[in-house]
Design a protein around this ligand. Structure first.
Ligand code: SF4
Length: 949
């Protein structure tokens, strides 16, 4: 007998299937290795345009997300009081019949009594369409509590924005400014880009109160005070303007710097743009000194005045220069408040100018501009910037974001080699020509809403308000409280509904949104609101709550009907150009998810459920001519066959009957297989001539109009001076048909300034600084994404609890040692937690990791798990309403322009406390709901896969 043979290289898998990661918002391409029908391994897809094969820790840990013990397993109907965790399992038929009954009653009587809001769902093209066909005005996703300031400020300024709307040109950048980034969201693409910058010796400057993550590898870290970034940026502009180090050529043609602004105080045209009879904006012709239509080939003056029918007008640039050359924005004036020395600000400004203008990179690629001029090459401005929630989650975030964009524009870096690059379908015209719908006459029982929920008002007449100026939407988006609320105010829905302000609702329908915990301010208040009863009837004030999620989160026990979702490896998905695509600056891209494993629980993909509900409700487009479901094959069927407009569907690749067309074309029955064969993505590069200066590039503009990215082929002109903002201000000054009620006038007049400016965050302005001397902010850990990551068996081992991080020198002043327990108190509440001392933090700031703390009993974690025992949230300290004003009205704790949740305005005091066994507050442990499987003592993976199905 021979020696027994040992296979030293056993094949560990049977099959490899491509799909798209959902462990954060980057949407990298992945390949999933399967053995005996179980997931064995995940690797990055090397061909994918987003990640080029790079897989981060979160992406690898998708295995444990998929096999999480916290997964829900069957539809549930509540039988005990809300929060009790008492449910009975029901069939899908009963669950869908119940939901249909609740929803059809609302639809046929008063559609606005449904509030449908989704968290970080990646199918907003579907969810928004569903809500529109239902007919409710009350729909939005989570953008209002995430980064709408960033999106709105960008779209009202240059028709794009950071994040999913564009990207830094890492290939050509030589200087990179990074402001307040959420490292869990801005993940692989930024990491890969930072690697490229490091390799070629570009300078990275991080502006962030905390030196963690990307700040830790920056060449220079500026530990700014929270909420003062706008001052820092304004001081940079002060220096650049004073030195004349600005891109005058691009300012002349790509912006409204030369447009004439009417100076007619007290009159209805004051501050508006002077226009000719055809509506074209006027400028002063540099040669003749006469007013002429501003057109790309005219050279406008940037200062001086003209008389137009007896009224003075002057270029917008002169107003801008006056503002930012004023002493209040000089480095010396802002240094104390920002915590950044004046000399540093001056040096950074000089470095920016040097990088942008001295020896710029040149791409030898001829191109033609929107006015027909041929350029022999693409000349770069290699200063790239990126910013996210740290900037936008303040009550001064909209104007701060605008300031950053003005800095980019002054340096000429927008879509120039080395600067910020748009990703299609951006840029859009400024502001995008889409208006929000939701006025009373847009809403009728049994009918679809007459247009999209979310849009870009450019006049008070576009607001969603009633005859008295009161809000029409439950979240008060697009009302005088938040006129440019382009993403809605999800953080106010429960609170407003519970107070019946502006009205009560009948059904609250939520998807993937942990609103009773880490996604809400004032957690105790929200729980009371979810369980509050009407004094007269004894019924819940929010009568019915439907919730869909894949996991047993803190929100689940407060729902009446639970529709269990699949994991991201068990369903079809569509990352569509109609929503937030994965486009690259060099061309449009989109992608799909395919089910790589089949669910072993009685769960259904939410998107299938939504289409099923739509068909049962008879929603237009979701039923065919004989009232049968229009998409009997569920979401996959919809992804292929739905057409938003003729030829335009959710997926842009392989369209046309034979798959030969891109972007537009008839549905292709073989489309999904073509995606799968290509690694589950589609990417089509632009011709080289169309890749830069897209806002004024003839080749790009023509192509964009044809593809439906733009509604016309006119250039995208940047609005340094925002006329829509001035229209709102004029209304507050008593002009026009639609004016704010008296109570809102002063606020609208103050904050609708057509030029950006800095003001202190509201909380700082309302609390006594000596009582609450410290700023308190959160950071997102790179290894986790919202509350999902901190229940993942592998990721929990990286970070199982959080601490309150305090600057060493501040801790010494407060008598706090490393590991001490401390009380952290705000105007709203108090938490008791453990402190850790560190050096890399602004001395007036304390911080912690967000969304680590869990409520005991949830996510199927063991009793006494570190997340519930030692973890905590700052959310307990943050009020959802600002203090009461004279007259009793309380505004939401949000930006006054967009309604963006002002998470980072928080001010606290920190005092040493007695040692505790657990962080405080602790809430009563929630009981696991039915169907959540018994928890293994140790969650293992690898040895015996069959156990983990
Ligand atoms: S960066 Fe995000 S999408 Fe990409 S692999 Fe990591 S978790 Fe997945």
């Amino acid at each position: 007998m021979g020696e027994p043979r040992i296979d030293t290289k056993p094949k560990g898998w049977d099959e490899v299937r491509p799909t798209t990661c959902y462990m954060c918002a980057c949407r990298c391409g992945i390949k999933v290795y399967l053995k005996d029908g179980s997931v064995r391994y995940i690797e990055g897809n090397r061909d994918h345009p987003v990640n080029g094969g790079v897989l981060c820790g979160k992406g690898s840990a998708g295995i444990m997300q998929h096999y999480s013990p916290a997964r829900l397993s069957a539809p549930l109907m509540r039988v005990g009081p809300r929060g009790s965790g008492e449910y009975r399992e029901v069939s899908w038929e009963e669950a869908l019949r119940t939901a249909t009954m609740w929803l059809s009653g609302v639809r046929s009587s008063d559609p606005k009594k449904l509030a449908f809001f989704t968290g970080r769902d990646q199918s907003q093209a579907l969810t928004s369409w569903w809500a529109r066909q239902f007919g409710t005005p009350n729909y939005a996703a989570h953008g209002g509590f995430c980064s709408v300031n960033m999106a709105a400020a960008g779209l009202y300024t240059f028709g794009g924005s950071f994040w999913e709307f564009g990207e830094p040109d890492f290939e050509h950048a030589r200087y990179f400014l990074l402001f307040g980034v959420a490292e869990d969201h801005a993940s692989n693409p930024i990491k890969v880009g930072l690697g490229k910058l490091k390799q070629k010796g570009a300078k990275i400057v991080s502006i962030n109160p905390v030196r963690s993550g990307y700040s830790a590898i920056a060449d220079e870290w500026l530990g700014i005070r929270p909420g003062t970034d706008g001052l820092f940026v304004a001081a940079l502009m002060h220096e650049l303007l004073a030195a004349g180090r600005i891109d005058v050529e691009s300012l002349k043609t790509h912006t409204n710097a030369g447009w004439l602004v009417i100076d007619n105080p007290g009159k209805p045209d004051d501050g508006l743009i002077a226009r000719d009879r055809k509506g074209a904006p006027l400028c002063i012709d540099h040669g003749s000194g006469r007013p002429v239509a501003a057109f790309g080939t005219v050279t406008p003056r940037f200062s001086g005045t003209v008389k137009l029918k007896g009224v003075t007008a002057r270029p917008a640039f002169e107003l801008l220069a006056r503002r930012f050359l004023a002493d209040e924005y000089s480095p010396d004036a802002v240094a104390g408040r920002t915590g950044i020395e004046a000399a540093t600000i001056r040096r950074i400004a000089a470095e920016l100018a040097h990088a942008a203008f001295d020896d710029p990179p040149v791409i030898e690629q001829p191109w033609t501009d929107a006015w027909g001029r041929r350029h022999q090459a693409m000349v770069g401005r290699p200063v790239a910037m990126h910013a996210m929630r740290g900037i936008s989650a303040h009550s001064n975030g909209f104007h701060t974001c605008r300031l950053i964009h003005l800095l980019q524009i002054l340096l000429g870096t927008i879509d120039a080699p080395g600067g910020f690059r748009y990703m299609p379908p951006y840029p859009k015209h400024v502001p995008p020509p889409i208006k929000p719908y939701g006025q009373q006459h847009h809403v009728s029982p049994g009918q679809p809403l007459r247009g999209p929920h979310l849009g870009f008002p450019d006049d008070p007449a576009d607001l969603l308000i009633d005859a008295d100026g009161g809000p029409e939407r439950i979240d008060k988006a697009f009302s005088w409280e938040a006129p440019l609320a382009a993403h809605g105010l999800m953080h106010m829905v429960i609170s407003n509904a519970a107070r019946r302000d502006p009205y009560g609702i009948e059904v609250l329908f939520l998807y993937m949104a942990n609103m009773s915990w880490n996604s809400s301010m004032n957690i105790a208040g929200v729980i009371e609101q979810l369980t509050g009863r009407d004094e007269e009837t004894g019924d819940y004030v929010i009568p019915k709550i439907i919730y869909s999620d894949a996991y047993f989160s803190e929100m689940v026990p407060y729902a009446d009907l639970i529709l269990p979702d699949t994991t991201y490896l068990e369903r079809w998905d569509c990352i569509s150009l109609l929503d937030r695509p994965i486009s690259q600056a060099d061309g449009p891209a989109d992608s799909i998810r395919q089910p790589v494993v089949q669910p072993n629980r009685d769960v259904r993909p939410f998107q299938d459920v939504l289409l099923d509900l739509g068909a049962r409700l008879g929603l237009e487009g979701m039923v065919d001519g004989v009232a049968e479901p229009a998409y009997p094959g569920g979401y996959a069927d919809y992804m292929v066959n739905h057409e938003r407009r003729p030829g335009i569907g959710p997926l842009a690749g392989w369209r046309g009957k034979d798959g030969s067309k891109s972007l537009t074309g008839e549905p292709n029955p073989d489309q999904l297989q073509r995606y799968i064969d290509n690694g589950c993505f589609w990417f089509e590069p632009f011709p080289p001539e169309a890749r830069y200066f897209k806002h004024v590039n003839r080749a790009y503009l023509d192509l964009a109009e044809k593809a439906g990215f733009l509604t016309g082929r006119e250039p995208v002109i940047f609005h340094l001076y925002s006329e829509p903002m001035q229209r709102f201000r004029l209304a507050a000054q008593g002009h026009g048909q639609v004016q704010p009620p008296e109570a809102h006038r002063q606020r609208v007049e103050s904050f609708f300034d057509p030029l950006p400016f800095w003001y202190p965050p509201f909380e700082e302005a309302t609390v006594e600084p000596r009582e609450f001397p410290l700023y308190a902010v959160t950071q997102r850990p790179m290894a986790m994404y919202h509350s999902w990551g901190s229940q993942n068996a592998w990721l929990r081992q990286i970070l199982g609890r959080n601490w309150l991080y305090v600057a060493r020198q501040k801790a010494a002043e407060l008598g706090i040692a490393d590991g001490d327990w401390v009380h952290v108190t705000s105007r709203h509440g108090r938490i008791t937690v453990q402190a850790k001392l560190m050096d890399g933090v602004n001395p007036d700031t304390v911080w912690t990791w967000n969304a680590i703390g869990k409520r005991a009993g949830t996510w199927n974690l063991a009793p006494g798990s570190p997340e519930s025992k030692k973890g905590f949230l700052l959310n307990h300290l943050i009020a959802e309403l600002l203090p009461q004003r004279e007259g009793g009205y309380r505004y939401s704790n949000s930006d006054p322009v967009t309604g963006q949740a002002a998470w980072y305005d928080l001010r606290v005091k920190v005092e040493r406390a007695e040692p505790q066994a657990r962080t405080l507050p602790q809430y009563e442990a929630l009981k696991p709901v039915k169907g959540v499987r018994s928890r293994p003592t140790i969650v293992r993976w690898g040895a015996r896969t069959e156990r983990h199905r």
